[in-house]
Design a protein around this ligand. Sequence first.
Ligand code: GDP
Ligand code: ZN
Length: 461
Amino acid sequence: MQLDTIAAISTPMGEGAIAIVRLSGEEAINIAGKLFQGVGEKRLTDVASHTIHYGHLIDPKTNEVIEEVMVSVMKAPKTFTKENVVEINCHGGLVSVNRVLQLVLNAGARLAEPGEFTKRAFLNGRIDLSQAEAVMDLIRAKTDRAMNVALGQMEGRLSKLIQRLRQEILETLAHVEVNIDYPEYDDVEEMTHKLLIEKASYVKKEIEKLLQTSQQGKILREGLSTVIVGRPNVGKSSLLNSLVQENKAIVTDIPGTTRDVIEEYVNVRGVPLRLLDTAGIRETEDIVERIGVERSRQVLKEADLILLVLNYADELTLEDENIFAAVEGMDVIVIVNKTDLPQKINLERVEELAKHHKLVTTSLLEDVGVDELEEAIASLFFAGSIDSGDITYVSNSRHIALLNQALQSIEEALEGVQAGVPIDIVQIDYIKTWELLGEIIGESVHDSLINQLFSQFCLGK
Ligand code: GDP
Ligand code: ZN
């Protein structure tokens, strides 16, 4: 299969000091070679694979220097797409990246469709469908930890597990066939019955385990939803800013998703937080104040973590006590802020109110106590049921839906066998389970589904 050479901007739009224009295809190196001028170096077409080169991009029409760049050359087949790949690293900023892209397109590349790079990797047999989707998750991953889940999936952990389950089902069906073919053995019926029950129970249990991880997978992918609450002026905005500054978000949100809250993604010692803030009102973002007690309670209820801020330099008020009441039973970290000022707060009372919670004192102004707060967040997270290591997480909603369907059909199979339904009928449910699991890794998917999936990718991936 000979595909043309495609190109696109493959870094998140807008942000970042560096942007990448990526080319993939037979002509990728030749096209980049027409534009690139290294410093006293060989031509790009002569360099070794998997090397990086510093130089300039020249517009061949005008001989004008367009950009200072670093160019990576990766020759087929050991690349993401299994094709020749060139990555042109240039200065960030829309104007300069677009200029580079334009140059590349003029030199013979075609603008890639959304997801086309990943689609090629899939078409060229480099990755299976669940891995392709994991790439999409990776692009959208907001934090390191989420990134690891996506990476694990890319490495094929989920695929391997699914393949194993499918293999079990297939072997079981094969056994059953053999048994049916040799009915002269007395105990064949009983054996078949036993085998079918045993295997269906096993597959059912494994699917259930996978589904149990899906909620955690979602948290890891989207971040723990974290709401900062407190009276006006206690330092909520300052807290948000300091968490964002010290724990730079890795990827900006995908453009075009308008929501009525601003979300800041931060990574606190490996814990992904999605800090919630109401839109465009940074100065008075106090959620309680803004949206009224009723709705704020609802926002609070949906939160995974509450950061409750109090003012060290002010007396406790009824409002403070009400906030404590509103977050009872939740995961709360209480932050007594402004310790650089003279104390007015009754700390004994605070300790009493916070007796089920972690308590931290800070001076955000002087940057004191933030480390301790981060420690508190991390230990809360890691002490919980969420495991960091070896579990295969399912975090993709298409996978979750298919797993639920597969679970249903294997349960039906199991009930059928137990109720004495004839084997050739029960087999249908086994095969259906096998097919549904196959859809997760793209082994029994229709073309249209594949196209639909890949078109969801961001441009340039
Ligand atoms: P919010 O209304 O709860 O969001 O509070 P802000 O973060 O906007 O802070 C209110 C005021 O308190 C601002 O002038 C901050 O600079 C100040 N502030 C925040 N943290 C501290 C602190 O630790 N010490 C002192 N002295 N001032 C602080
Ligand atoms: Zn504020």
